[in-house]
Design a protein around this ligand. Sequence first.
Ligand code: UD1
Length: 477
Amino acid sequence: MVVLADPGHVAQGGRAVVAGSGVDAREIYHAGHPKGTAYDGRVETANAAIARPQRFRVTGGARLAGDVQVTGAKNSVLKLMAAALLAPGVTTLSEVPDILDVTIMSELLRRLGCGVHRDREAATVTIDVPQKVEHRADYDLVRRMRASIAVLGPLLARTGEADVALPGGDAIGSRPLDFHIAGLLKMGATVENEHGFIVAKAKQLTGATIWLDFPSVGATENLVMAAVLADGCTEIDNAAREPEIVDLCVMLGHMGAQIEGAGTSTIVIVGVDSLRPVSHTTVADRIVAGTWAMAAAMTLGDVTVHNANPAHLEIALDKLVTAGATVDRVDDGFRVMMDRRPTAVDAVTLPFPGFPTDLLPMALALNAVASGTAMVTENVYESRFSFVNELARLGADIRTDGHHAVVRGRPLLSGAPVTTPDIRAGAGLVIAGLVAEGETIVSEIHHIDRGYPKFDEQLRVLGAKIVREDDPAAGFG
Ligand code: UD1
């Protein structure tokens, strides 16, 4: 039986619930396990602590220089963890980033009946998937992390049913799930919306031809994971081509799935009867790598980013060259050097291989201190510009109109208290703080901890002045 969390005990939505990346699920949730229940070899405490909200105090003016190591991609590892559900037995993932979202996905998998063991030192997660998996993913976890929806496809394929709470997630747009649902319907599932849950059922999914209106990353992943155990052949057209999709398909291929076309707009999957568990190394996080690249250029720095694939960031790195940076390949990544104020550079976000929407806040921050005026266009999320007001608090001159932003660069920003609404905006605000005169205090940094492992530690190694501290201004309500 799945032990559900007691909603009355779960920390309030919108509140910071953890202090940093070094927490485990016991510190977040009051899962309704009896006190002292053995749980993945550890003891679950009945009264989990709610960590205090924290903030970053950034002192502007530092030049970033040195070496930084990127770990596995958040946007890949969460889907790889979900994919483990497709095969009974022990799946081992390496290069697992030390971020809160991995903690949340681990807890979700435990509630589905899996044993999950995370070794932070080794950056691995082992997932022991039982023969019989539960099929319900509850709101208290799903609302904290939209990527929880990635269990929908695998659960349906493995168990014939999936009840997944409708997610919340970052405050960057309405982010519907219609493509996921339409695809599953085409594969023969029934899908209802019941009491805040997507309830999907299919005794046996059948292969189908599916056309996505937009190359949605999440829908492509869910439908691939549903199709690998379906009866017959599934073709997904206008599929997303992100490196994280390729990573997932590589892992599924090693598990015994038959998939062709990953990384192109047409993915063809021939269903198989069963899959086997494997060991897999998570693809490097191109968004974290791109964030370091932008930060190096903005601070007139010299940063070598290791474990990064420049082919995954071609347009973003090319923009930096246009802005005046020198970008060189090194054995396992790239080096970004900048010796003068950046020149303003236009950017248009698009699905891969376009400029990534997740780097839009960094593009705005870079242009905010560039010489000249740039037009930055967002094509993926309608609310991605919502944090522009925070950037404006730092003195950035940005006008938005629909999905366009006009940024007029100024030599220096001006430190101020700001609040981050999501992961990527948070990283953008921190690096904007590096080029602001005086102190910038970034609140609600639990968002940043969801996606950037040891962000402040790595920034300090590169020479930034940044301190993590408790946020006395934030109450628990
Ligand atoms: C993933 C990434 C996120 C990134 C995004 C786009 C994870 C955990 N998150 O999010 O960091 O910004 O890809 O690269 O991997 N849409 C629909 N209907 C659907 C599905 C999506 O209209 O059924 C829309 C969304 O509202 C959005 C766009 O399609 O406007 C792209 O969404 P999608 O590619 O699905 O993003 P996610 O997978 O949620």
